[in-house]
Design a protein around this ligand. Structure first.
Ligand SMILES: Cc1cc2nc3c(=O)[nH]c(=O)nc-3n(C[C@H](O)[C@H](O)[C@H](O)COP(=O)(O)O)c2cc1C
Length: 265
């Protein structure tokens, strides 16, 4: 008898005979087997994370990247579909060639490019979100001494996206175009797992919807299939803490009491 005949009613189609009789159950329980400082470490990895736009010119080992993906691949997903279709990891000459074309595209004819989905609403945004978005700009541009209304200066700042912020490594994440919002949510779990696994190794990241918008250029350099939607870019590297201290303001976050409502507890 297999675990499936235990669970499913009589008459359920026969389970795959390749499914093991006994499921692996040696999950490490965080509660039963946790390091003394697990809470402190986990909270610090999450609470101190930030989008890193300044990196040291120090390479990231391929083994380290594999270890990060090895951790992140354990992210949950609906029906365990694991819809992180492909992770394209670029560095060195390939990254430089892509970057040159992205910068050119962004500075000369950005209107020729668009993403395969709307990251932001195309219609009106509810005021609370519009305000947070406006506040983001204030915190973002102030340490760069860029006036919110100075569009030329803002463009000079935003072109750094296409230089991958001088990070040694960048990623392009794709998702199958037959999949729906649930799978996009799953992809988010995977992506955040990468950012945290990277931090645990002294690395930082920034997610980039901006590079996904230039998917036509990315497709020229990478074997991205027609059924793949370019969902997101991300850079990764060792942080340049001096530059970060000078040019980055911590973005404000909502208070716990503003986020959660309790019932019956
Ligand atoms: C999916 C996603 C896409 C993003 N795309 C960009 C981007 O293209 N360029 C950029 O500078 N920041 C990008 N960001 C970073 C956000 O601006 C940043 O997360 C937000 O302002 C909060 O700041 P923090 O990450 O430092 O807490 C992106 C973040 C996410 C989650």
């Amino acid at each position: 008898m297999s675990v499936f005949t235990d669970v499913y009613a009589v008459g359920h189609p026969n389970p795959d005979p390749n499914v093991p009789e006994k499921l692996e159950t040696n999950f490490e329980s965080a509660a039963a087997k946790r390091a003394d400082n697990a809470v402190e470490v986990a909270d610090s990895l999450m609470k101190n994370r930030f989008s890193c736009r300044w990196y040291l010119p120090k390479p990231v080992e391929k083994e380290t990247i594999e270890a990060i993906i090895d951790a992140a691949r354990c992210a949950p997903s609906g029906n365990n579909m694991q819809p992180w279709e492909k992770v394209y990891c670029i560095s060195g000459a390939v990254k430089d060639a892509i970057s040159r074309e992205l910068v050119e595209g962004n500075t000369t004819h950005p209107e020729a490019y668009s993403g395969q989905y709307h990251y932001y609403p195309t219609g009106p945004i509810p005021p609370v979100y519009a305000k947070r978005r406006f506040d983001f700009g204030k915190y973002f541009y102030a340490p760069l001494h860029v006036d919110h209304g100075d569009l030329k200066a803002r463009a000079r700042v935003s072109v750094r996206n296409y230089e991958f912020f001088n990070a040694p490594v960048a990623f392009i994440f794709t998702i199958n175009n037959a999949l729906t919002q649930g799978s996009w949510m799953d992809l988010g779990y995977f992506l955040q797992s990468i950012t945290i696994a990277a931090r645990a190794r002294g690395l930082e990241t920034i997610s980039q919807e901006s590079t996904a918008r230039y998917q036509l250029i990315l497709r020229k350099h990478l074997p991205i299939g027609d059924n793949e939607i370019v969902a997101l870019g991300m850079t990764m590297g060792y942080p340049d803490l001096d530059k970060i201290a000078e040019f980055t303001a911590k973005q404000p976050k909502r208070e716990v009491s503003d986020i959660i409502e309790f019932f019956g507890i």
